[in-house]
Ligand binder design. Structure first.
Ligand code: MG
Length: 391
């Protein structure tokens, strides 16, 4: 029996993971859960899975709610410190980190220090602090199992292979809902249009990141840290059908790809049952109904987020943490209809220009850069110092 704790159990990844846990009851035991503010759903999950500990990080819940969960004989933690305590539980065999944003970093590190393997859906952890996380994982002998579909694809292609024989990683990108838009059309994109992803059903933040292609930029950085490949050997191709989840090219020119219908359950389950594969009741691919699989060059001019991400990882130090934090704030402002779609990346660019990079950063340097970038973008937007930050 593998004991799992899920950080972010009420989000899209968390809910899928719990459905998998229910179907694999004899193999997976859920011992910890967390939510930000979706407490009613957390309560339902508690009734069904009877975890030992849960954590609520938000503050928007009825006053007697904690008591209600405690009556089920479940320990309740709160706040960001609570998340770290939850992730530090010694009984966990695998921590699934499905949190959104920079808040995922410290719990990941807490689990690694307890020698707990981590299934990582929170790509921001690696974008911000790749060096810190990967070296901690090495020191503590911990496996980081990627949940992101592209990285899971690469990880699956690498089973039985020597990672030193990789010559190229090619990440596929759906291109999002605006792949065929002109630059002018992008300026008038609405929140509703941006939230309508053609292939993947995901949370709001990642859906907006997919529309700006910042998601792919974050994934390039994530791949850089996970697979230790020079950044010049990591490429992106736009593949609107989202059937090929990524490619690995080896030194002999041979290429492996992992394919499947675009559903997050496949990569999630792979991390939960790794190194085994288990039956998953899911729609199966019918190749004869696929008309075509196409691959295009990404347009760095129309989607400058991708170029900024490459720039951030080449600059190194605290640059990727600033990219990530500025993006989180800008996306949040767009979700609250405070800024236009094209301004999201504009504010990220501005924050990167104004930031003094700290090289070889420790954790404190990274957290300080993160806070600096958040405050910087908030301040600029609130003061309306920049009405239109263009590309
Ligand atoms: Mg992905």
């Amino acid at each position: 029996m593998k004991r799992i704790t899920i950080l972010g159990s009420t989000g899209s990844i968390g809910r899928n993971a719990l459905e998998i846990a229910e179907n694999l009851k004899s193999e997976l035991e859920v011992i910890g859960l967390s939510t930000h503010n979706r407490v009613d759903l957390l309560f339902q999950q508690c009734l069904k899975f009877k975890p030992k500990i849960v954590c609520i990080t938000g503050s928007d819940f009825p006053i007697d709610f904690i008591e209600k969960i405690q009556k089920l004989n479940i320990t309740v933690l709160t706040g960001k410190d609570g998340l770290q305590e939850l992730a530090s539980d010694k009984e966990i065999d695998l921590l699934l980190n499905a949190l959104v944003g920079a808040v995922g970093l410290l719990p990941t590190l807490a689990a690694i220090k307890r020698k707990t393997n981590v299934a990582l859906a929170n790509k921001e952890t690696l974008v911000m602090a790749g060096e810190v996380i990967i070296s901690a994982a090495r020191i503590y002998g911990v496996k980081i199992l990627p949940v992101d579909s592209e990285h899971s694809a690469i990880f699956q292609c690498l089973q039985g292979e020597d990672a030193n024989t990789i010559s190229r990683l090619i990440l596929t990108a759906s291109g999002g809902p605006f792949f065929n838009y002109t630059k002018q059309e992008l300026k008038n994109v609405t929140l509703e249009q941006a939230l309508n992803h053609p292939n993947w059903d995901m949370g709001d933040k990642i859906t907006i990141d997919s529309a700006t292609m910042m998601n792919k930029g974050l994934e390039v950085i994530e791949a850089f840290w996970l697979f230790k490949i020079p950044i010049s050997h990591i490429e992106v191709v736009v593949h609107p059908q989202s059937i090929v989840h990524s490619f690995v090219e080896f030194v002999d020119g041979s290429i492996k790809a992992q394919l499947g219908i675009p559903h997050m359950k496949i990569p999630i389950q792979y991390t939960l049952t790794y190194p085994e594969r288990k039956y998953l009741k899911s729609e199966r691919m019918d190749f004869t109904s696929l008309k075509e699989l196409t691959f295009d060059k990404p347009d760095f001019d129309k989607f400058p987020a991708l170029a900024l991400a490459y720039q951030a990882i080449k600059q190194g130090g605290t640059a990727p943490a600033v990219l990530n934090a500025a993006n989180e704030i800008a996306v949040n402002k767009f979700l609250n209809k405070k800024i236009q779609f094209t301004q999201i990346v504009g504010f990220v660019k501005l924050a990167m220009e104004k930031h003094s990079i700290v090289f070889n950063p420790n954790l404190e340097d990274i957290l300080a850069a993160d806070i600096w970038a958040r405050n910087f973008v908030k301040r600029v937007i609130e003061k309306e110092e920049v009405l239109e930050v263009g590309f």
